[in-house]
Design a protein around this ligand. Structure first.
Ligand SMILES: Cc1cc2nc3c(=O)[nH]c(=O)nc-3n(C[C@H](O)[C@H](O)[C@H](O)COP(=O)(O)OP(=O)(O)OC[C@H]3O[C@@H](n4cnc5c(N)ncnc54)[C@H](O)[C@@H]3O)c2cc1C
Length: 366
């Protein structure tokens, strides 16, 4: 069976690698693999601290993908020879003032009502765990199951693993998808038994994409900073405040994110966003002020009307979608890849993705 994947971000590359592992012949079409949202993302793997009221189906998918992560990266590192920077570091949620604390207490109660593992911490306990936190923090919570990966290393590993497993990567921009074929800018046409549309926020921009998919996926801008010091970062766990989060890597990098903006396909980095992110980060972890600011960037999350991804077959024969992963596409790569590879190989969608059918928007958006 031959499959053509449009888009080589964390999602498209993971699918390609897993599908090749099941014996499928795979081509990935992308002018710049790994340079979309996956090249900007912080890489938090945070099903618990990312949970939002009313999104229990998405929580179940996020938890399932987090559970698969250690095995996924171990297999990927073995297949590629590239380290992914996966760290089972845990996360602390931090309240800076009384308002933050009230919101955090409510969230912790909700998380516990869902059976999630969260430990409420007093200010002194929090600072014993993370001495780099500001002395004035009011309290917080420890989530031992929310971890991180380095998304850039992850996509590099995926490219290497894809190549080693025989996946063909073609540096072209696709302009149209049809029943079992993809047309690229230069006019080349790739035929397959199936096409997987995994072009992130750009998934709606190709000709031939069903109307309900085109209308469901929109870009949501996120600005993010990368800082670096000479030694280990001033924190050892992910730190999440009300206005910013910080993700520390072993190589000394600290990622500070992120804005959430509805601005279409705009990726301009603004002075205001850099200022606000730095202010919020330094208020949480004062030593961030001593680090070198090495990069500012903006990326486009693939948002959807219900914040959940579109994974599965469309009404268009042979066209499968894996998109709209919004804030959790790095986290959701393993479960999405396994499910789509299963669907491609057997024709049957596994139960974990039935709630995320791209056809769920057919009546409302077509
Ligand atoms: C600031 C920020 C922080 C984030 N933090 C996190 C986080 O901590 N944890 C987490 O899980 N998620 C996070 N995300 C979300 C995550 O980045 C996305 O959900 C995820 O990267 C989506 O992956 P993707 O492969 O679908 O899309 P992308 O990574 O955007 O990849 C899409 C690919 O399609 C290609 N493409 C586009 N058009 C075409 C075309 N016409 N033909 C061929 N190829 C095409 C692009 O070149 C690109 O490589 C963050 C996002 C942002 C912006």
């Amino acid at each position: 069976m031959k499959v053509v994947v449009v888009g080589g971000g964390a999602i498209g590359l993971s699918i390609a690698w897993r599908a090749a592992g099941r014996g499928l012949t795979v081509t990935v079409i992308d002018p710049e693999p790994g340079r979309g949202a996956s090249g900007v993302a912080a890489g938090m793997l945070a099903p618990v601290t990312e949970v939002h009221y009313g999104e229990e189906d998405l929580l179940a998918l996020n938890l399932e993908s987090a559970r698969r992560y250690p095995e996924f990266v171990a297999g990927l590192e073995a297949a590629s020879g590239v380290e992914t920077g996966y760290r089972a570091c845990g996360t602390v949620a931090v309240a800076r003032d009384a308002d933050d604390l009230a919101a955090l207490e409510e969230l912790v109660a909700y998380q516990r009502s869902l059976g999630l593992e969260v430990e409420r911490l007093r200010s002194s306990e929090l600072r014993r765990l993370e001495p780099g936190l500001a002395p004035g923090v009011r309290g917080g919570a420890l989530v031992t199951g929310d971890h991180q990966v380095d998304p850039r290393r992850l996509t590099s590993a995926l490219v290497a693993a894809c190549r080693r497993s025989g996946v063909v990567l073609r540096a072209e921009r696709a302009v149209a998808v049809e029943a079992c074929s993809v047309t690229s800018e230069g006019g080349a046409v790739d035929h397959g038994d199936a096409v997987v549309l995994a072009a992130g926020a750009w998934s709606g921009a190709l000709d031939g994409v069903p109307a309900e998919v085109r209308r469901a996926v929109r870009p949501v801008k996120g600005q993010v900073l990368r800082l670096r010091g000479p030694g280990e970062p001033p924190i050892s766990r992910n730190v999440r405040g009300a206005e910013a989060y910080l993700v520390p890597r072993h190589d000394g990098e600290v990622v500070v994110g992120a804005t959430v903006e509805e601005r279409g396909f705009d990726t301009v980095v603004t002075g205001g966003a850099v200022h606000e992110l730095l202010r919020a980060a330094i208020e949480l972890v004062p030593d961030v002020a001593e680090l070198a600011l090495v990069e500012t960037a903006a990326g486009l999350r693939p948002g959807t009307p219900d914040n959940a991804p579109l994974i599965g077959a469309t009404a268009s024969e042979g066209l499968v979608v894996a998109g709209g992963h919004y804030r959790n596409g790095i986290l959701l790569a393993p479960v999405t890849a396994d499910a789509v590879a299963e669907l491609l190989a057997t024709g049957v969608a596994p139960p974990e993705i039935t709630a995320f059918s791209p056809q769920r928007f057919e009546r409302v958006l077509s």
